[in-house]
Structure formats: structure tokens, C-alpha cells
Design a protein around this ligand. Sequence first.
Ligand SMILES: C[S@@+](CC[C@H](N)C(=O)[O-])C[C@H]1O[C@@H](n2cnc3c(N)ncnc32)[C@H](O)[C@@H]1O
Length: 225
Amino acid sequence: MNGEFSYAHRDTSSGERRSVTAEFNIPRLPSALEEIRRSAFDREIPVSDGETLNFLMTLVSALRPPRILEIGSAIGVSAAAMLLASPSSRLVTVEKNVSFADEAEENITRLGLSDRAEVIRGDAADVLAALGGEFGFVFLDGPKAQYVKYLPAIDRLLCEGGVLLADDVLLFGYVSGEEEVPKKRRMLVEHIKEYIDAVKGGGFATSVLNIGNGVALSVKKGGLK
Ligand SMILES: C[S@@+](CC[C@H](N)C(=O)[O-])C[C@H]1O[C@@H](n2cnc3c(N)ncnc32)[C@H](O)[C@@H]1O
């Protein structure tokens, strides 16, 4: 496995980290998207596990935000899933790895969704700093150690009452204390805890949920001061 992704996805449907609800939360995807998702798993490309994807689709179906921002496109699986779940939404997705971004664009086009999607190539820190407008929903699924650093820019871009979903916040049980934290993951765990503290610290209403690899669901209520 590519070292960059050595704490990559654990697909709930593969049985690696099954929550008690996982079997009820397998997403219903069109076969073309399921095929792309399976090819990502086969190539060890980190895409959200089934339970997280299912939750994401349920959430955007309910919210139908005019504009969605995603940090971390990989090959476009979650981006396509959100666009399919909310047919009135437009989406901007940011990806640093150019070959992933190219593939995300190809996949989104193949699924007939390209008129509602923009794939931006670049480091999320730079892209977020330059991005304007307002988003009703943000899916934060890029480098976990940077979540807390991205938060002020996300806060600026998120509308009042907007929803922010951050993936992988329990990090295979390291953050929740279920599993002993390997030495090389200690800093990462600290950064994720800082993120959780920041979104719990006022300005957002936040619930951490044991879905997939753990998600933090936040609603902007005044935002960071
Ligand atoms: C977990 S994957 C995204 C999975 C995708 N959201 C899905 O569920 O289909 C995280 C992605 O973030 C990208 N990434 C890592 N560091 C980044 C950065 N600094 N800026 C933008 N993207 C970054 C990685 O290349 C990787 O494709």
C-alpha cells in the first residue's frame, strides 16, 4: 500500500471494522458508481466506507444544499454520491493528487454529473484560502492532521446554519480509546482531538457519531469568533 494512504479506508462491507449498524447502512448506488467504488478498493485508493457514504447521501438528500464543498475527492466516489443524492446541488471538490483529480473528473463525467461539478486541483489550504461564495454543506475528508487548520477557512465559507461533516474522526478506535495508539499516529490523534474540541467549543453544534470510521457532524451556529 502507498505509505501516504496507510491509514486508508476500512470498508464496513468488507468486515474490517463493522459497527452494529453497518449491515443496515449499505448504500444503494447505481451499478456504474458501485463499480468505480470497488475499483478504488481493489487499488487501495482511500474512499469512504459504505456506512459513511450511506450517511452522507441521507444527509445531503435531506439538506439539498445549493452548493456543496468537498475537501479530498480521491477518484470522485463521494462527490458523485452526493450529486446523485441531491439533484439540485452543485459541488466543488478539492484534490491535491493530480492523477486522482483527473480520474475524479472522468468518473463524474461518465456518470453524467459534470455540469454540476468542479474538481479543483491543489493543496486544500491554498484552495480554501482563495475560494469564495457560500456553501450549505462541507464534507471534510482530506488530510486528517489538517482538519483543525482548515476550520477557520471552512467557517468563512459555510453559511449560517450550514452543515459540516468531517470523516474518520475516530480513526480506527485510536481517538475513541478503543485501540492503543501506535506511536506514529500519536500526533495525528492529537490533531483530530483538537479538531473535535474546536467544533465542540462554541459556534457549532456538534455530535460525534460512530458511523464507519467515526464522523463529526457540525451545524454552524454563529461560527468561530
Ligand atoms: C479519504 S480520501 C477522499 C475520499 C473521497 N472523499 C471519497 O470518499 O470518495 C482523501 C483524499 O485527500 C487527498 N489529499 C491529501 N492531502 C491533501 C491536501 N493537502 N489537499 C487536498 N487534497 C488532499 C488525498 O490525495 C486523498 O485522495
